[in-house]
Design a protein around this ligand. Structure first.
Ligand SMILES: [Zn+2]
Length: 478
């Protein structure tokens, strides 16, 4: 037993040395992806650079997964169980920002920026995969490791299309992380979501001379929104419904508008609840069409399932985080983070700590410690396509401490901090936890069995149903 334990410690040490040896190359890769700042499904250069580095590491590449040119799976190793590290690398529109500057200033107007840290997310996961693969090879251990390059997390549901194509079906476990202001296990469930477009068509007419001949699609859209606002009182308290006008019919007030379109985003704790709420929203849309003598066409654009947390994998990840310890930020890291902290309101800092930090005191601008893990998931009222992976294979995640405490997601401050030394340190911490947990899981079939059993229990007999209908394909750019 003792020799087995010391052998395991030696292998872990070897793994961390492999990771350290690659840290510089992967930090440069993250910086390049930050600079490319490519939107979902257009991440061509970001994907090509990841493929190049993983091919050099001896990975076998399968690309164009589910018909998405920037989706690929890289695999290394032979035999044994299969574990996967999930990566993302898409940027957000109109968030270009000068790096390192604590003042809002675009690098170039109207350009995208990495406002959710996905340049670090994909790179950190790829680094974990490369380090595990090198260790398996060097130690002659069985097991396969995969890096999943998942495009368009921001609204494109890349992982859902990969799930629909069966890309995760033979995985024994998946690991991922998200850049954050905190270091610890990311044990929360999220909301399932459906994105749908409601298009109304009516009859145009002169609004003064012959209004009785017109059938207003704009009226239908307005009535639908009013109807949904009344529906809110009678839905689950955790549910969310948001809308936006895609088409208001035109700018001429003296014309009866013949077309309109609304974008609806509907969220609920799980997929069956979101689907039943969606049916009620559809009824409101049909009612609005009936009231106005117009027609409505309803199209699902995308959707994701809720995340099923996995306490077996989360406990495994927490054990690694405890061994790795806190993050060694320098005086210089704190000095820069302080300049960003000065741009946050007290409410932003409080919200950040309440959501991610589990009540840790924020006396400093960066998180040096570890968020305590109590084994219980919290609910986050957001949605992610990691949800669909978590229905198919046990999935565990961590937060990496990359940004000043109080940094909002999708903000210029997050873009600005994306290439700082602190961001690289947070990414390395996450990669270490993921790599150690992945290597441990590969050598522990009993643990993988328990993780699978927990998944079955959480699914509670429900089969995985893809939230995106079979006829809907990825929204690739023209
Ligand atoms: Zn994100």
């Amino acid at each position: 037993m003792t020799s087995e334990r010391s052998n395991r410690a030696a292998v872990s040490e070897h793994l961390l040395a492999e990771l350290e040896a690659r840290a510089g190359d992967f930090a440069s890769l993250a910086d390049r992806i930050w600079e490319y700042a490519e939107l979902g499904f257009s991440e061509k250069r970001s994907a090509a650079d990841q493929i190049a580095i993983l091919e050099r590491e001896g990975f076998r590449i399968r690309d164009n997964i589910a018909g998405m040119p920037t989706a690929f799976v890289a695999e290394a190793g032979e035999g044994g169980p299969v574990i996967g590290f999930l990566g993302e690398f898409d940027a957000l529109a109109n968030l270009s920002q000068v790096p390192g500057l604590a003042e809002q200033k675009p690098l170039s107007a109207d350009q995208p920026g990495h406002g959710c840290g996905h340049h670090l997310l994909g790179t950190g996961s790829a680094l974990a995969a490369a380090s595990v693969a090198a260790t398996l090879k060097q130690q002659g251990l069985p097991g396969r490791v995969r890096y999943y390059a998942c495009p368009a997390e921001e609204g494109g549901s890349g992982k859902v299309f990969m799930a629909r194509a069966g890309a995760f079906d033979d995985l024994d476990a998946a690991f991922s992380w998200h850049p954050s202001s905190f270091w610890g296990v990311y044990a929360s469930d999220t909301l399932a979501v459906i994105h749908a477009i409601f298009s109304f068509s009516g009859q145009s007419s002169h609004a003064a001379a012959s209004p009785h001949l017109g059938r207003s699609a704009l009226d239908a859209a307005e009535l639908m929104n009013v109807g949904v606002n009344f529906l809110r009182e009678h839905m689950l308290p955790e549910a969310r419904v948001h809308y936006a006008f895609r088409d208001a019919g035109g700018i001429a007030a003296n014309v009866v508008q013949a077309s309109s379109a609304l974008s609806y985003v509907i969220r609920a704790p799980n997929l069956s609840e979101v689907l039943s709420l969606f049916e009620r929203v559809k009824d409101v849309g049909r009612g609005a069409a009936l009231m106005t003598g117009t027609q409505v066409e309803i199209k699902v654009e995308s959707g994701v399932s809720n995340v099923l947390p996995n306490s077996v994998l989360e406990t495994l990840l927490d054990n690694q985080i405890q061994q790795i310890g806190g993050t060694p930020f320098t005086t210089q890291d704190f000095a820069i983070a302080d300049t960003f902290a000065a741009t946050f309101t007290t409410d932003q800092v409080r919200h950040s700590i309440r959501t991610f930090g589990g009540g840790i005191p924020a006396r400093r601008s960066l998180h040096e410690g570890i968020v305590p893990f109590d084994g219980k998931p919290t609910r986050m009222p957001v949605s992610t396509d990691v949800g669909d992976v978590s229905w198919l294979t046990p999935t565990g995640r961590v937060w990496g401490p990359c940004y000043a405490i109080g940094t909002s997601y999708h903000s210029w401050q997050m873009v600005a901090q994306g290439k700082l030394a602190a961001a690289h340190k947070g990414m390395l911490q996450a990669a270490r936890a993921l790599a150690l947990a992945g290597l441990n899981a590969l050598g522990d079939p009993e643990l993988l069995g328990r993780a699978r059993l927990e998944l079955e229990e959480r699914r509670n007999g429900e089969p995985y149903v893809c939230p995106i209908p079979a006829e809907v394909s990825p929204a690739l750019p023209a």
